[in-house]
Write a protein that binds this ligand. Structure first.
Ligand SMILES: [Fe+2]
Ligand SMILES: [Fe+2]
Length: 349
């Protein structure tokens, strides 16, 4: 069995690069070894996650998987985005790309996530697991990947670079952050398992939420690589799509450590605050189903409505507004959220 315990320093260490990644003139994390892009902080984080997953397999514990049919397609589609850009309607896409960059930067908040004493919350031991490393390297590495660290840009800066490479440093609407902040004030999260320690349920809910967001982001990457890599509408298609591809490969450890840690907890017994025990599977599956319900229906619907309003407003200034709107709508690919009751969280051995 490979090593199961790592120091924070080890989980944050990168391979030695021949060349750093410079995206549109900005020094970013990661770099190249023999011409191949290698993600930052991956020298031992990748092997560590693989070892924790191998440990689960050896014990016959399944890994949680979010089925790809649950992923809502990006709106507007790449074809709709390309139509808008060909017709000179740029602002809605600049807004979308800028919003993605800002949200990536918010990812730094994961380093502030409180991890309560897990020995108090979980009956079985957690030594040598991903769970035991959350507050000891995994959250910090994740935060640095998203928001950058010291002099190196992270995903926030890489998305800005991809946008600026493809669209020649377009003017950015000045209310992007403001709208994001006012739109984000959701209601406080309801407790689903009030028997659990408050901070422990909060930790689990955040991990489940971030896992689903990370998995769903895969579609945004496909969308951006297609659109920003389209030579008809992108000024530097190869470079822009490459930067998105680098971000995509950096996301893989995020999905993997989160689903590993949640699968570890799923196979254990959770301790109630006032005594009593709960199977981890009931808690993790319950939280996962709740998150998937919101993120496959309500959230894409609201996002679509808001984006559609922006696009319609931007199209209104086009010389043939009615015709362009018709062509835009004709490219629409309707999508129905899957029935979650018919497809419980998928497990793989
Ligand atoms: Fe990211
Ligand atoms: Fe991520």
């Amino acid at each position: 069995m490979d090593r199961l315990t790592y120091s924070q320093e080890e989980l944050l260490s990168s391979v030695a690069y021949d060349q750093p990644l410079i995206a549109n003139g900005v020094r970013c994390h990661g770099g190249f070894v023999a011409g191949q892009y290698r993600s930052p902080r991956a020298a031992l984080r990748g092997p560590a996650i693989a070892a924790w997953q191998a440990q689960l397999r050896a014990r016959g514990v399944p890994l949680i998987e979010i089925a790809s049919e649950l992923v809502p397609p990006h709106y507007p589609s790449a074809a709709q985005g390309a139509l808008l850009l060909r017709e000179g309607v740029r602002e809605p896409l600049v807004r979308t790309l800028t919003t993605i960059a800002i949200i990536e930067g918010f990812g730094a908040m994961i380093r502030d996530q409180r991890v309560p004493d897990l020995a108090r919350c979980v009956v079985e031991p957690l030594e040598g697991t991903a769970c035991a490393h959350l507050a000891a390297g995994l959250f910090e590495a994740h935060a640095r990947d998203e928001a950058g660290h010291r002099s190196e840009g992270g995903h926030k800066q890489m998305w800005e670079a991809a946008r600026d490479l493809a669209l020649e440093t377009p003017p950015v609407p000045n209310d992007v952050l403001m709208r994001l902040m006012t739109g984000r004030r959701g209601a406080a999260r309801q407790r689903l398992f009030p028997q659990l320690d408050d901070a422990f349920e909060e930790l689990l809910a955040v991990m489940v939420n971030v896992l689903v967001i990370e998995v769903f982001a895969a579609d945004t990457f496909r969308w951006a690589e297609a659109l920003l890599g389209d030579a008809e509408v992108s000024v530097r298609p190869r470079e822009a799509a490459e930067v998105v591809g680098y971000i995509r490969s950096d996301e893989s450890p995020h999905v993997e450590y989160l689903r590993t840690a949640l699968s570890e907890l799923r196979a254990r017994t959770l301790r109630g605050e006032a005594g009593g025990e709960l199977p981890g599977s009931a808690v993790v599956d319950g939280l996962l189903t709740r998150t998937l319900r919101v993120l496959t229906s309500q959230r894409p619907r609201l996002q679509r409505e808001e984006t559609h309003a922006d696009i319609a407003a931007a199209i209104a200034g086009h010389r043939d507004a009615a015709g362009l709107l018709r062509r835009f709508e004709a490219l629409d690919e309707p999508w129905t959220p899957p029935d979650l009751d018919a497809s419980p969280p998928r497990l793989v051995q």
